[in-house]
Design a protein around this ligand. Structure first.
Ligand code: SIN
Length: 475
């Protein structure tokens, strides 16, 4: 234990012979955490399924107050949580601080929403009968969360689950379990019953996924991760007819029309593409730029990318951090090499990067065509391919020509075109003249192979509740 932030972990979270957690910025070992085998995970599910009844029987206000206490503790420990996140994920400290606030906001939001889980009285179809609906918790939930947002992807699942009256077991990503375990510590300190919310790093993710999909006590699974794994979960979960929320891969288009505010578009491009070193599902993955503004946009974008400072997230809090692993650096470098082999050009000179650690420079590629491999794969790294287009129909056709449908972005000053694009883009989310769309108050989620279910907003609570229809006769 080398950092004071590890004090947020409980002794039982740590096991010197357990799962090693590595700082991707320098390859050093941070600590090792306890892993759960299948019998241990089964016991956790069974305990959670007992704990949920007393929790659901509490009033909505009582649940809300406990969630609020959790939120307050997260905010109190925000700096420690942010440092821990930077250590295990490589993201720069300022972004980690932002994620702690963003993640905490889901707990605050759902503490408030807990009190608004209203049912309905439906005008009856017959005299002497009345119809009401109740909204009830789905039961015990399992969350499988990714490494790119080690804290916020947990709170936006645990917040609504607990607000609804469910229990939840969280399997965090192997690469970033520390933020998750620290959140568990704070949850229990805030008064969330021990068995109601558990964070369980495991030996093998696939085995844990299978258990969640097949154990009869798990009634819902929420997964954020790749479309490939999402499909496996969906197929397996069919056996137990589990409720699912799947937040999967994306291939976000970032469309800049000739009439766009150029500086605003470049600001949005920087934020959307290079946030978290390009490792987000909603990152702009393809830049579609209209011919008339193309060269001016590229010039400014390349200059801004070249000025990014890349380095260790603690020492370089406002710059760009590392990727999650050296393997990912090689994967991203291969994507760039293939694009260059197909005719793309690296524009300008990318900034210098540290000699060791999992770093990749931000790169802007021009001369990209929709037919190149890079235009159809999720890059998950700091690479911005720019495609030139001619007119609106062309942009919409290229943007929608993908199996994915998570986030999309459009820059134009024309209000009528803004509406046409909002309606025409086959995506779950559209940002108009803005590159950062994530917030706890809005429904985050995709369509097509980017998944289904919504996180955040009042819809996020509905995903953890069943509607029960009750008919009262003989009145
Ligand atoms: C994600 O990459 O899955 C989430 C990004 C966000 O919440 O903004």
């Amino acid at each position: 234990m080398t950092d004071r932030t590890l004090a947020l972990l409980k002794p039982e979270h740590l096991d010197p012979a357990g799962l090693e957690v590595i700082n991707p910025a320098d390859g050093s070992r941070i600590t090792a955490v306890t892993r759960h085998d299948i019998p241990a995970l089964t016991a956790i599910i069974e305990q959670a399924d007992v704990a949920r009844h007393a929790w659901a029987a509490r009033t909505a206000k009582e649940r809300s107050d406990v969630l609020r206490a959790w939120y307050d503790l997260i905010i109190e420990k925000a700096e420690d949580l942010a440092r821990l996140m930077t250590l295990e994920s490589g993201k720069p400290l300022d972004e980690a601080r932002g994620e702690v606030k963003y993640g905490a906001a889901f707990i605050e939001w759902f503490a408030e929403e807990a009190r608004r889980a209203y049912g309905e009285v439906i005008p009856s179809h017959a005299a002497g009968k009345r119809i009401v609906t109740l909204r009830q918790p789905v039961g015990t939930c399992a969350a499988i969360t990714p490494w790119n947002f080690p804290l916020a992807m947990i709170t936006r699942k645990a917040g609504p689950a607990l607000a609804a009256g469910c229990s939840i077991i969280i399997k965090p990503a192997e690469l970033t379990p520390l933020s998750a375990l620290a959140l568990e510590t704070l949850a229990h300190q805030a008064g969330i019953p021990h068995d109601l919310l558990r964070v369980a790093p495991v030996f093998r993710s696939a085995d844990a996924g299978d258990l969640f999909c097949t154990h009869p006590m798990v009634r819902k699974i929420s997964f954020t991760g790749s479309t490939r794994v999402g499909k496996l979960i969906m197929a397996k979960a069919a056996q137990g007819v589990k409720r699912l929320s799947l937040e999967l891969g994306g291939n976000a288009p970032f469309i800049v029309f000739d009439d766009a505010d150029l500086d605003r578009a470049v600001d949005g491009a920087m934020a959307s593409r290079f946030r978290n070193a390009g490792q987000t599902c909603v990152c702009a993955n393809r830049f579609l730029v209209q011919a008339g503004i193309h060269d001016a946009f590229v010039e400014k974008f390349v200059a801004r990318a070249a000025a990014v400072r890349v380095g260790d997230g603690l020492a370089n809090p406002a710059g760009m951090g590392s990727l999650i692993s050296e393997m990912d650096v090689r994967r991203v470098a291969d994507i760039v090499a293939q694009a260059v082999g197909e005719g793309a050009v690296i524009a300008g000179t990318p900034p210098a990067i540290p000699e060791s650690g999992a770093f990749h420079a931000p790169v802007v590629l021009t001369g990209v065509s929709p037919a190149m491999a890079i235009a159809s794969e999720e890059i998950f790294g700091p690479v911005a391919p720019v495609i030139r287009f001619t007119d609106e129909a062309d942009a919409l056709r290229i943007a929608n020509d993908t199996p994915f449908g998570l986030a999309s972005y459009v820059y134009t000053r024309d209000a009528a075109r803004q509406w046409r694009m909002m309606e025409g883009l086959e995506y779950g989310m559209v940002g108009i003249n803005d590159g950062l769309i994530s917030t706890e108050v809005a429904p985050f989620g995709g369509v097509k192979e980017s998944g289904f279910g919504r996180e955040g907003s009042s819809h996020g609570l509905a995903d953890y509740m069943n509607i029960k229809y009750c008919l009262l006769g003989g009145l």
